[in-house]
Design a protein around this ligand. Structure first.
Ligand SMILES: [Zn+2]
Ligand SMILES: [Zn+2]
Ligand SMILES: [Zn+2]
Length: 165
């Protein structure tokens, strides 16, 4: 379940650290990565990234669509999906498959396996950047002569804040 951005639990999660800094660092990193690759972080792409980085919770495309649309300006789904596609391709965000939602990557621009802790209460997603799990899975897969194409670990549970509440 993905709650919207004004959920009090999510806000309290944001306040436990300087999230404005997270968000501005993520946007700076995205600009840098795009400039280096010669791609363009258009206004729409940047706006979508900014909205995803409103917090550390997974955001659904539908919610992005709603946040981007104004009464006098409807944003069409393909516009949002194209922006998401661009952000995924440039490794600025991840898709959380079990939620069909998106989060910002704290280590953007690099290729890495997707490993997430997902809070079922507040939808905050923590990305695990350690390589031990991936290494173990690779070793086990090797023993089966299995060629890994895509590796995703999505662990559901309760974050520290939600356990305390
Ligand atoms: Zn933050
Ligand atoms: Zn990542
Ligand atoms: Zn939580």
């Amino acid at each position: 379940m993905v709650q919207n951005q004004t959920d009090p639990a999510i806000i309290s999660n944001h306040r436990s650290h300087d999230h404005e800094q997270c968000q501005s660092e993520a946007l700076d990193a995205a600009r840098l990565i795009c400039a280096r690759r010669g791609t363009r972080l258009t206004e729409m792409r940047q706006r979508v990234l900014e909205l995803i980085w409103n917090g550390h919770s997974a955001v659904k495309a539908y919610d992005l669509l709603e946040m981007l649309s104004a009464p006098d300006r409807a944003v069409r789904p393909p516009t949002v999906y194209r922006a998401l596609e661009f952000l995924l391709e440039n490794r600025l965000i991840h898709r959380i498959e079990s939620l069909n939602a998106y989060v910002g990557c704290p280590s953007p621009g690099e290729s890495h396996v997707s490993q997430f802790l997902i809070c079922e209460n507040c939808a905050v997603v923590t990305e695990l950047l350690g390589q031990d799990i991936a290494r173990l899975v690779r070793a086990e897969a090797d023993q089966h002569g299995f060629l890994i194409r895509r590796q995703t670990v999505e662990v559901h549970g309760l974050c520290q804040q939600c356990q305390a509440a």
